[in-house]
Design a protein around this ligand. Structure first.
Ligand SMILES: Cc1ncc(COP(=O)(O)O)c(C=O)c1O
Length: 387
């Protein structure tokens, strides 16, 4: 398929508000109209005869989608299960361990806040220690991150959690190297790939993480509420969904494909999103999105009079990047939310202000509906806008 990012024909594939400049694909993705239409067809089909559909047809349909998603991620279908989102994927893994006081979970200071909170709940309930490796930022190489994790593993570390892509900074972390370090110490690893499917080319079999969770609803542009958990063979007998249902004891598919009544239309529309992504060409989409962000971050840093926080190394970032906002001093969640909302109200630009290392950053993203002029527009506004 021939396409130009941000051309009217491509942008029209999404139903995004034409009055807004949408530079935050990272938070919740955005789903093309054709994929939503496929989802609506599945929902109609279900509502024609709900019992026939959910009780008798659904198990085989879930298998078909699993096979397609597994092929897309180069994962073993026998270890791949649907979950609603990465948050649920993380909760499922945390639920797998018998925690005792003194156990440690190693994560990074850059770990997504919701995941830190899930660990905090374990700390309060079971006396688990939550240790944060300090991920340097500005970052010069992935090796610095691996070294930070290696230095923080102790004999009490029961689980390492590492983000594949850091939400606050957009940086890609060297998960294969971190896995190797943890494996050498005999510690299992959960890779939180909330942003990774489609954003990065994944081969989950080669990566061989103990657990890998990832959202499809971000960069694969599937309907919201579609994510996966991939479980290595050595853990499969021990993993169960957070909500146990009829399939308990029947294996991963039987347990996870049905965790109580739900609307499976989002999951059943996933193959349509894969079809579309494959028609565009995954490598071409990734290269195009990266190129937009690569140029955009330079333009915006120049407008803000800011230093870029990492070198122009494609192993360190994909289709999201952060730029420091030198004039913004308050990095609290409330202040960041207010800035994000104020920019939207004043200029109809949706872009998140994030915090890392007690500093304020602006995080840009690129998807096929974006064009170079979107970043120029943000740069022009940020030249003078002060919240
Ligand atoms: C690293 C990371 N983990 C987990 C999540 C949570 O994703 P969800 O809200 O889809 O569960 C996000 C969301 O952006 C994330 O960036």
């Amino acid at each position: 398929m021939n396409w130009t990012p941000g051309s009217p024909a491509i942008t029209a594939l999404w139903g995004l508000d034409p009055a807004a400049t949408f530079l935050n694909h990272g938070s919740f993705g955005a789903t093309p109209r054709s994929v939503l239409a496929a989802q609506a067809r599945w929902r109609d089909e279900m509502e024609r005869q709900p019992v026939l559909f959910l009780a008798r047809r659904l198990p085989a349909l879930m298998e078909t989608v699993r096979a397609r998603v597994a092929a897309f991620l180069h994962a073993d279908p026998a270890g791949l299960v649907p979950v609603q989102n990465a948050t649920t994927g993380v909760a499922t893994v945390l639920h797998t361990f018998d925690w005792v006081p003194g156990d440690e979970i190693l994560l990074a200071d850059s770990t997504y806040n919701a995941v830190k909170q899930a660990c905090r709940a374990l700390a309060e309930r079971y006396g688990v220690g939550v240790v944060e490796a300090k991920v340097p930022f500005p970052l010069t190489s992935g090796a610095e991150v691996t070294a930070a994790f290696a230095a923080a593993i102790t004999d009490r570390t029961k689980l390492v959690i590492v983000d594949h892509v850091v939400s606050a900074t957009g940086c890609v972390l060297p998960v294969a190297d971190i896995l190797a370090v943890a494996r050498a110490r005999g510690v299992p690893v959960l890779v939180d790939g909330a942003h990774a499917p489609a954003l990065l080319p994944l081969d989950l079999t080669a990566l061989d993480a103990d657990f890998y969770t990832g959202n499809l609803h971000k960069w694969l542009c599937t309907p919201k509420g579609t994510a996966i958990l991939s479980v290595a063979p050595r853990w499969r007998a021990r993993v169960h969904p957070v909500a146990i249902s009829h399939g308990y004891g029947t294996g991963l598919a039987g347990e996870f494909d049905w965790t109580g009544t739900f609307d499976p239309s989002a999951w059943l529309a996933v193959p349509d999103a894969i079809d579309l992504f494959e028609a565009f060409g995954p490598d071409a989409v990734r290269a195009s999105n990266h190129a937009l962000v690569r140029a955009g971050r330079v333009e915006i840093a120049e407008a803000l009079g800011a230093e870029l926080p990492h070198p122009d190394d494609p192993s360190l970032y994909a289709a999201m990047a952060t730029i420091p906002v030198p004039w913004a001093r308050d990095a609290s969640g409330r202040a960041l939310g207010a800035l994000t909302g104020a920019l939207y109200e004043a200029h109809r630009i949706e872009v998140p202000f994030t915090s890392y290392d007690d500093r304020v950053w602006v995080r840009i993203a690129a998807q096929l509906y974006n064009k170079p002029a979107d970043y120029t527009r943000l740069a022009d506004v940020l030249r003078t806008w002060r919240g």
